[in-house]
Design a protein around this ligand. Structure first.
Ligand SMILES: [Zn+2]
Length: 121
């Protein structure tokens, strides 16, 4: 069961952390390791990031109110936009067929409720 929720500040921080980690890994590899390591990180890391984003974020249709997620491919290709009310993405509603900018929401899965305590370094 999918439950879509308003993104919280922590959700954006997690996203920023993922992107920053990937960029840092690419830069470190490009500077200190053979060139193909940086290429390998891009080839493996970018699809992983897209896949993670696609399953972590969902959308609510502005026309019919349906809540849905999109495939990693559509997620990667869709145009993003940021408004004062939050992020939006131009996606296709599987319920009514509308293609429009829709609010980006966070997927909360009902099965497991994990707390945000980190393991120490
Ligand atoms: Zn719809």
């Amino acid at each position: 069961m999918l439950i879509l929720d308003e993104p919280r500040a922590s959700d954006w921080w997690v996203t920023a952390l993922w992107v920053a980690s990937l960029l840092a890994a690419i830069i470190i590899a490009a500077v200190w390791l053979p060139w193909w390591v940086a290429v390998a990180i891009v080839v493996v890391g970018l699809p992983l990031l897209v896949w993670w984003h696609a399953r972590s974020f969902g959308y609510r249709c502005a026309e019919c109110g349906a809540e849905f997620t999109v495939s990693a491919v559509e997620d990667a290709m869709a145009m993003s936009w940021f408004t004062s009310r939050g992020a939006a993405k131009r996606v296709h509603c599987p319920s009514c067929g509308t293609r429009a900018f829709m609010r980006v929401l966070v997927v909360r899965r009902t099965s497991s409720r994990t707390d945000s305590s980190h393991g120490g370094a």
